[in-house]
Design a protein around this ligand. Structure first.
Ligand code: SF4
Length: 458
């Protein structure tokens, strides 16, 4: 009897890549592949890559080198390279650099791999695939599309709603790699969410590079309407959406978040810098004062909101004083999490072509450290309010003897509970210790059915 072929998907980078990998896994499972946790032992390995930072790209190259060695021992192994390293129009020189890679796939596009499998003359597989595709179509129409095995047991799933980006911030490679912005049809998204919920998913994160622009290219559709339609899905408990751009956050979305209990009071809106000259050179299209006013508006619509943001330090030409404007803005606004990155030049971007990467690495490290210390202090202070409180946690995983989940505000909680399985459950946790980046506690009171409405806003 022929043993089942196995696949392994390795994912780097953003949640959009995670969602793409989940779809790819779904398709491979329809083709009859089963997951293999060990890349080197799998028949088919796909690296879904990210190039937003040099470090992520280096990691992917390291994995490719290891896979090349494995392929020398097992020449039948298929290696696929996907995502931003490939780009929308295959990056030049990739085939020469990695001759042992069988197939290259742009972000969000699994077509080349499916074509490759067909072209290899895998007829039996192709026939099976056609049958499965028909089944898959029926499953989608029945709103019963299976979740791939790698996701089974996961309470949270990412669902892309806007693909690509047309904004062209000077530092960003996404528009070149993921193409122009386009929205997925609402019906397709709703079917996907219903299907995920049927298989145990309790929280969805709607993803877009500028998620607020959802529906701009559709008729009579926008993010607020989509959120309301998703919130009406039975069995779904929580919704988040990210990332927002300060220029596109609409009042009706804030209103919808404030008035729809299923939507978490959690906003991710990227500021990137707190100095107007730097913002202009980044071509972000707003000023620090505009961002300040936006944060005040978000807080007025949703008083107990968690706001996360992104900051880049060491952008070309950023002086120490300009960086200090960012530092002071972060200090003033006391947001709930900051994803800080050190600027790294990405090929083809406007910044790479026109702005020399002139801030020494040691200075970037220093600015990063200053902001990191500041946010550690702010979050340490802010999180004290949870100490001794009961918070509602959606359980996601088991980690080093403790359950791990998140509150509605997106805070990570570790807690003890002797029960054997809690993933996908909502539990109330009494917090004993509140640190800057996580909360620790014990379950308080009985576990509630995941189908009940949420009672304790955390
Ligand atoms: S908005 Fe700017 S930073 Fe965000 S994906 Fe688009 S180009 Fe990149």
């Amino acid at each position: 009897m022929q043993t089942k072929r196995t696949y392994h998907v390795w994912t780097a980078g953003c949640q959009m890549n995670e969602a793409d990998s989940r779809r790819l896994a779904q398709q491979l499972e329809f083709l009859g592949y089963s997951p293999n946790p060990l890349a080197e032992a799998a028949d088919l390995v796909v690296l879904n890559t990210c190039v937003v930072r040099q470090q992520a790209e280096d990691k992917a190259v390291g994995r490719l080198t290891t896979l090349n060695r494995a392929k020398m021992d097992r020449p039948g192994m298929i290696i696929g390279l996907m995502g931003c390293m490939v780009g929308m129009r295959e990056a030049p020189g990739l085939k020469e650099r990695f001759p042992y890679v069988d197939v290259f796939m742009p972000p969000s596009d699994t077509g080349p791999l499916l074509d490759f499998l067909r072209d290899r003359g895998l007829f039996a597989e192709l026939r099976a695939e056609e049958l499965r595709e028909r089944d898959a179509l029926a499953a989608i129409l029945d709103e019963d599309l299976p979740v791939p095995a790698l996701d089974r047991g996961c309470a949270v799933a990412q669902v892309p709603v806007v693909l690509g980006c047309s904004h062209a911030c000077t530092f960003c490679v996404i528009p070149y790699r993921r193409g122009a912005e386009r929205s997925r049809p609402a019906a397709e998204i709703l079917n996907e969410v219903r299907s995920l919920v049927r298989q145990g998913v309790r929280e969805v994160m709607l993803l877009g590079q500028i998620v607020d622009r959802y529906g701009d290219d559709l008729t009579d559709m926008n993010l607020s309407k989509l959120l309301k339609q998703i919130a009406a899905i039975d069995g779904l408990l929580r919704i988040r959406f990210l990332t927002s751009h300060p220029n596109y956050m609409a009042d009706d979305v804030l209103e919808t978040v404030a008035t729809t209990p299923k939507i978490c009071p959690h906003i991710e809106v990227a500021v990137q810098a707190g100095n107007d000259i730097v913002l202009e050179r980044m071509r972000r299209g707003y000023t620090a004062q505009h961002f300040r006013e936006l944060i005040a508006k978000i807080r007025s619509f949703i008083p107990d909101v968690a706001i996360h943001t992104d900051v880049i330090v060491g952008f070309p030409g950023e002086t120490r004083e300009q960086f200090m404007d960012t530092f002071r803005l972060v200090e003033e606004l006391r947001m709930d999490k900051i994803h800080i990155s050190k600027y790294s030049e990405r090929p083809k971007t406007i910044a790479a072509r026109n702005l020399p990467d002139d801030i020494p690495q040691s200075e970037k490290e220093d600015r990063w450290r200053m902001l990191e210390d500041l946010q550690t202090k702010i979050l340490g202070e802010k999180n004290q309010r949870w100490s001794g409180q009961s918070v509602e946690v959606l359980v996601e995983s088991h980690h080093k003897g403790k359950w791990r989940g998140r509150t509605r505000h997106g805070r990570v909680v570790f807690f003890e509970d002797p029960r054997a399985e809690l993933r996908g459950e909502l539990v109330n946790v009494k917090i004993d210790w509140a640190g800057p980046f996580s909360l620790i506690g014990k379950t308080a009171g009985a576990k509630r059915s995941v189908r009940e409405p949420e009672l304790v806003p955390a």
